[in-house]
Design a protein around this ligand. Structure first.
Ligand SMILES: *[C@@H]1O[C@H](CO)[C@@H](O)[C@H](O)[C@H]1NC(C)=O
Ligand SMILES: *[C@@H]1O[C@H](CO)[C@@H](O)[C@H](O)[C@H]1NC(C)=O
Ligand SMILES: *[C@@H]1O[C@H](CO)[C@@H](O)[C@H](O)[C@H]1NC(C)=O
Ligand SMILES: *[C@@H]1O[C@H](CO)[C@@H](O)[C@H](O)[C@H]1NC(C)=O
Ligand SMILES: *[C@@H]1O[C@H](CO)[C@@H](O)[C@H](O)[C@H]1NC(C)=O
Length: 362
C-alpha cells in the first residue's frame, strides 16, 4: 500500500511537471531527479451501476484495439460482493491477465494486497446519488432506448404491481427498494468487501474516502464526463489517449443511440427530501469525491464546471447521460446489448477509430 502511494504520488507529480508548466520545483530543488515514469500496467475499473459505465466500456472496446491493451471484462453483471474464496480466485485470475490490462466489472473494491497481489490502479465514475437511484428505478421497470415493450419481454418475472409502483408510494411507504440498506449503493464500491461496508454509516463512509485517496487514481463525476475523459487521457495515456475525440465523434454517438424513451416521473418534493435524508452518507461521499475531482481539475488547468444554482434540483433534464448503463446489482444479465452492438457494428467501430486517427493526424 505504502509503495503504491509513493508510486502514485510520484506519478502525479511528474504529470504535474509535464502539464503545469510553471512549476517552481526547479527553483527550489535544482533539476528534478531522472526517473522513469511508472507506467501502470494493471488498471481496475470496478464500475458503479448507472453511472455512465456503458459509455465508458464501449469506448474501452475501441481503445483496447487502438492502443493494444488487454481489456478484461466479466460475464457476471449482478454480483458485487464475493466470499473470501471468490475474492481470492478472482484476484488470482485478474493478476495472471496479460499486461497491460484493464479489468472491469460491477464489483465492490477488491483488496489485492490482502491476498498478496500487486494493488492495481483503480479508476471509477460516480454521479448524483438521487439521480442514480431514480435512473435505476425507472430502468428496472421500463428499460431504455431499446424500448419499453422490449424491456417487458426481457423481464417477464416482474409483477405488474411492482412495475407500475408509484415512486412516491415506494419512498413514502418505506418499500425496501426505496429504503436503506438498498439506498446505500455507491459507498460499498469504494469501501470494499467487508460486511460493514454495506451498513449505512460512518465506518463505511470513512473507509471509502480513505480508499479513494489511497487506491484510486481518479474518481470522476458523471456530470462532468468530458473532463473525466480528459483527465483519464492525461493520467493513463496508454489506455485512454484520444478518448475524448472518439467520444465526441458523431459516428460514435450514433452507435450508442442515447435517446431517452424511459417513462420517468419526478417524485414529489417531500419524497425527494426523504431520499436526501436516507442517502446522507451517499451525499457526503459524493460531495467529497466531487471536491477532490475539482481539485484535480484545477491542478491540471481545467476550469471547474460552475453552474448557477437552480431553484430546485434538476432531475430529468433530458440529456444523453440519462440512459447510461443498464446494469445493477441483483439485476438480470443485461449487458448482452453491448456484445450485440459490438458484433453488429464491429466494422463501423473500426471505422470510427480509424477516422479519429485520421482526424488527429491532420
Ligand atoms: C478466470 O479466467 C478465465 C479466462 O480468462 C475464465 O474463463 C474464468 O471464468 C475465470 N475465473 C474466474 C473465477 O473468474
Ligand atoms: C487491504 O489489506 C491490507 C492487508 O491486509 C490492509 O492493511 C489494508 O488496510 C486493506 N485495505 C483496505 C482498503 O481494505
Ligand atoms: C450498425 O451497423 C449497421 C451496418 O453498418 C447499421 O445499419 C446500423 O444502423 C448500425 N447500428 C448502430 C446501432 O449504429
Ligand atoms: C435510436 O433510437 C431511436 C428512437 O428510440 C430509433 O428510432 C432508432 O432506430 C435508433 N437507432 C439505432 C441506430 O439504433
Ligand atoms: C445473476 O444472473 C444469473 C444469470 O444471468 C443468475 O443465474 C443468478 O442467479 C444471478 N445472481 C444473482 C445473485 O442475482
Amino acid at each position: 500500500m505504502a509503495s503504491f502511494e509513493v508510486a502514485l504520488n510520484e506519478f502525479l507529480f511528474i504529470f504535474t511537471l509535464l502539464f503545469v508548466g510553471n512549476s517552481t520545483y526547479l527553483d527550489d530543488h535544482g533539476p528534478p531527479p531522472q526517473k522513469v515514469l511508472p507506467f501502470p500496467s494493471q488498471v481496475v475499473y470496478n464500475r458503479v451501476g448507472k453511472c455512465g459505465s456503458r459509455t465508458v466500456v464501449l469506448l474501452l472496446r475501441i481503445l483496447s484495439e487502438k492502443h493494444g491493451f488487454n481489456l478484461v471484462t466479466s460475464d457476471i453483471h449482478n454480483k458485487t460482493r464475493l466470499t473470501k474464496n471468490e475474492q481470492m480466485e478472482l484476484i488470482k485470475n485478474i493478476s495472471t491477465a496479460e499486461q497491460p490490462y484493464l479489468f472491469t466489472r460491477h464489483v465492490h473494491f477488491l483488496n489485492f494486497s490482502r491476498f498478496g497481489g500487486d494493488q492495481p490502479v483503480y479508476i471509477n465514475i460516480i454521479r448524483d446519488p438521487v439521480n442514480r437511484f431514480l435512473s435505476n428505478y425507472f430502468f428496472r421497470r421500463f428499460g431504455d432506448w431499446r424500448g419499453e415493450q422490449n424491456h417487458m419481454i426481457r423481464t417477464p418475472s416482474m409483477r405488474q404491481e411492482e412495475r407500475y409502483l408509484d415512486i412516491n408510494v415506494c419512498i413514502l411507504e418505506n418499500y425496501p427498494e426505496c429504503s436503506n440498506p438498498r439506498l446505500f449503493y455507491i459507498i460499498p464500491y469504494f469501501c470494499g468487501q467487508h460486511p460493514r461496508c454495506r451498513e449505512p454509516g460512518e465506518w463505511a463512509l470513512e473507509r471509502a474516502k480513505l480508499n479513494v485517496n489511497e487506491n484510486f487514481l481518479l474518481v470522476g463525476i458523471l456530470e462532468e464526463l468530458e473532463d473525466v475523459l480528459l483527465l483519464l487521457e492525461r493520467f493513463l495515456p496508454h489506455y485512454f489517449k484520444d478518448v475524448l475525440s472518439i467520444y465526441k465523434n458523431p459516428e460514435h454517438r450514433k452507435l450508442g443511440n442515447l435517446t431517452v424513451t424511459v417513462k420517468k416521473t419526478v417524485p414529489s418534493p417531500e419524497a425527494i427530501q426523504i431520499l436526501y435524508q436516507r442517502m446522507r452518507y451517499e451525499y457526503e461521499f459524493y460531495y467529497y469525491v466531487k471536491e477532490q475531482f475539482h481539485l484535480l481539475k484545477r491542478k491540471f488547468g481545467l476550469k471547474s464546471h460552475i453552474r448557477k444554482p437552480r431553484p430546485r434540483p434538476e432531475f430529468f433534464i433530458p440529456s444523453p447521460l440519462e440512459t447510461e448503463e443498464p446494469i445493477d446489482d441483483e439485476e438480470e444479465d443485461d449487458e448482452k446489448w453491448l456484445e450485440d452492438i459490438y458484433k453488429r457494428n464491429k466494422s463501423s467501430l473500426h471505422n470510427t477509430a480509424a477516422l479519429t486517427t485520421e482526424m488527429r493526424r491532420q
